[in-house]
Design a protein around this ligand. Structure first.
Ligand SMILES: [Zn+2]
Length: 148
């Protein structure tokens, strides 16, 4: 996932295919092979070096961090259960949206991911179907949570 930009030919952090023709002033683009949105983030430690990250992975990370903060806040404060459910429903929107986009892209490109492995063809297609269904379920749960 750490692909320094500028030292060697940049690779997609998702499927490892080469990213050709990335304009220097552009920070966001999609991979030509898997269509995942990729963002270029400048390194804090090294000047002139950038890291490539999947925007969908950032969505998962944001969801995870916010969920931990919400659960800790609920446990350590006098937050009501109703407020916790409503805030958790908003977080379900984030992960549901990411799952739907990732599922759709896996179905369309037949390039998918499981943990640290790149899936291709039928395995990627069915993984995408599963992610898409999980995303739709998350959005349905969000609607239920907001309707309480
Ligand atoms: Zn890719």
């Amino acid at each position: 996932m750490n692909a320094p930009f500028g030292r060697r030919l940049p690779q997609c952090p998702c499927c490892r295919s080469p990213l050709l023709g990335w304009p220097a002033e552009t920070r966001l683009r999609s991979c030509n092979a898997c269509y995942r949105p990729i963002i270029r983030i400048p390194s804090i430690r090294h000047a002139g070096v950038s890291h490539l990250r999947s925007l969908l992975d950032l969505g998962y990370t944001i969801y995870g961090v916010l969920t931990l903060v919400l659960v800790a806040t609920f446990a350590l404060s006098d937050m009501s259960a109703l407020r916790f459910v409503k805030l958790f429903s908003v977080l379900l929107f984030i992960v549901g949206s990411v799952l739907i986009v990732e599922g759709y892209l896996s179905i369309r490109t037949k390039v998918g991911f499981s943990r640290r492995k790149v899936l291709r063809s039928q395995a990627a297609y069915w993984a995408g179907v599963g992610r898409f269904a999980a995303g739709v379920l998350a959005l349905c749960l969000m609607l239920v949570g907001l309707g309480i």
